[in-house]
Design a protein around this ligand. Structure first.
Ligand SMILES: N[C@@H](CCC(=O)N[C@@H](CS)C(=O)NCC(=O)O)C(=O)O
Length: 222
């Protein structure tokens, strides 16, 4: 059982891995403002995701969950070659920096902060684009034809960038063609399309409005 807030990209990372491995799971959405006692008992930082794997066994932190699932269920998403695996892990480590650049933009409090933070997206985009140039395959995913844990880590944030860009055109990814191609492949992969609620973009927009973020002002009432 996966514990989630409806729009959480870190939960989505775990859900992508579960989907890619065709593992059946239940998802429980909890209220981020009123986190239940049972949840706080299994989530040391009070954060989602938490994956309950047995009555008295739960895992937290999306990377630890992804690695655990990869070690215990086929197909293996990490490369078999240790050198390749180390390179993949180095890039999954970087996802938190990449994620912050996007989250700080979409959750900015005002227009000035939004624009200042948006400028900081360029650097991580350029680093990922360079990594894609050096990876030694032609995609469509990070390691070639098979989905990997690197794909599962970045897809939710490339999706959030895409949602942000549809509300307020930033047009940054266009300067990084390999990253744009990777984003397109990820967003059309089945495991990724099924990793969220079906109307994720609408729910994501509603969340911006509820949390009174500046970008929420761009959401047109339906
Ligand atoms: N490093 C954590 C990050 C998880 C995270 O930040 N989750 C957010 C929701 S998207 C959360 O639970 N926030 C609640 C809080 O910070 O109190 C992971 O990879 O699992």
């Amino acid at each position: 059982m996966l514990c989630s807030f409806k729009t959480c990209p870190w939960v989505q990372r775990a859900a992508i891995v579960l989907r890619a491995k065709q593992i059946d799971y239940d998802i429980t959405y909890i209220d981020r403002d009123v986190r239940p006692e049972w949840f706080l008992k299994i989530s040391p930082h009070g954060k989602v995701p938490v994956l309950r794997i047995a009555d008295n066994e739960a895992l937290f932190e999306s990377n630890a969950i992804a690695e655990y699932l990869d070690e215990t269920a086929e197909p293996r998403l990490h490369p078999a070659d240790p050198l390749q695996r180390a390179r993949n892990r180095a890039w999954t480590d970087y996802v938190s920096t990449f994620a912050s650049a996007i989250s700080n933009t979409m959750y900015a409090d005002d227009e000035e902060q939004f624009k200042t933070n948006a400028k900081k997206i360029r650097d991580p985009f350029s680093k990922l684009n360079a990594a894609l140039e050096k990876r030694g395959n032609s995609g469509p995913y990070f390691n070639g034809s098979a989905l990997s844990l690197v794909d599962a880590a970045y897809a939710p944030f490339l999706q959030r960038y895409t949602f942000t860009n549809r509300l307020y055109p930033l047009n940054i990814i266009e300067d990084f063609p390999l990253l744009a191609q990777w984003r397109d492949a990820l967003l059309s992969a089945e495991a990724i399309k099924k990793s969220t609620v079906p109307d994720i973009e609408t729910v994501w927009r509603e969340n911006l409005v509820t949390r009174q973020r500046w970008l929420g002002l761009k959401v047109k009432p339906s």
